[in-house]
Design a protein around this ligand. Structure first.
Ligand SMILES: [Cu+2]
Length: 287
């Protein structure tokens, strides 16, 4: 049911071209298309909550308008002295309790799910925030570490990232995080200097990056693509310029990239880009 609602909402609200890359679009008012089951649930819960918020707001507005009109001084010069009404007092006590329960139960279920990976994560990444870039560490037998910073306009040509639709200004980075599709990934988030936050809207994850402390989140990306997020805690003058980019690829592509990245990260990234961006052009042409 939740998946159905989430999927239907995503299909109607987002153009098909976003199937590959998830990033904010101009004048966007809704969420980015969900790429994880958690984000589908977040989207479902948001719509579910609106079914309470909108009618309550309209009811209160209508009651206010009715009272203002009907009981105005000119129409109602002698106000009633009524001060109690048992029935209405029971209704306005029990009603909100029922509404709060209906909101709290799915809310706590979702919160629990967000902190409970469905299985032991196959891959653990450490993301350490700096003013104003990210250090990533793949916690493998032989760890892989690299820094990821916002792509400068002057670096586009050398990096082969001239396509601004795929590598948007202020969101594209020099070195993307690469993870395999359909795999549960644990992310340990911390910071080296001040408070930052790791946020990836399409995955439904966001957590503070706190110096001296590790916060754990997880995601399981269900579709391949290039996903963008940003630091979401005001961390200084370049807070707006420390994006997060995660490339979700097939397991085989990930394995190839990982093997190559150990010796030549730039080369591994370019090879992977050439492969997935070509696939994408072919798919676009076919549409
Ligand atoms: Cu930051």
């Amino acid at each position: 049911m939740r998946k159905l609602l989430g999927g239907a909402a995503a299909a109607t609200l987002l153009p098909a071209t976003l199937a590959f890359a998830d990033q904010p679009t101009p004048w966007q008012t809704r969420f980015q298309a969900p790429a994880t089951g958690i984000m589908e649930q977040v989207e479902w819960f948001e719509v579910y909550t609106l079914w309470f918020i909108v009618p309550i707001t309209l009811l209160v507005l209508a009651l206010l308008a009715w009272c203002i009109f009907k009981f105005r001084a000119s129409a109602n010069p002698n106000p009633s002295r009524t001060s109690h009404n048992t029935l209405i007092e029971v209704i306005w006590t029990v009603g909100p309790v029922v509404i709060l329960l209906a909101l709290a139960i799915p809310s706590f279920q979702l919160l629990t799910a967000q902190y409970t990976p469905p299985e032991e994560p196959a891959l653990t990444l450490k993301a350490s925030a700096n003013q104003w870039n990210w250090d990533y560490e793949y916690q493998l037998e032989e760890p892989l570490t690299f820094n990821s910073a916002m792509l400068q306009e002057g670096e586009r040509a050398a990096a082969g990232k001239e396509d601004k639709a795929r590598y948007p200004r202020l969101l594209a980075v020099n070195n993307e995080v690469v993870v395999p599709v359909g795999v549960t990934v644990r992310v340990l988030v911390t910071a080296n200097d001040v408070l930052h936050a790791f946020a990836m809207p399409a995955f439904g994850v966001k957590t503070d990056a706190v110096p001296g402390r590790i916060n754990e989140i997880w995601f399981k990306a269900q579709k391949e693509g290039l996903y963008y997020g940003q630091c979401s805690e005001l961390c200084g003058k370049d807070h707006a310029f420390m994006p997060i980019a995660i490339r979700v690829v097939a397991q085989a592509q990930y394995d190839t990239w990982l093997a190559a990245a150990r010796t030549d990260l730039g080369g591994a990234n370019r090879a992977l880009m050439a492969e997935v961006d070509t696939d994408r052009k072919v798919a676009d042409a076919g549409n």
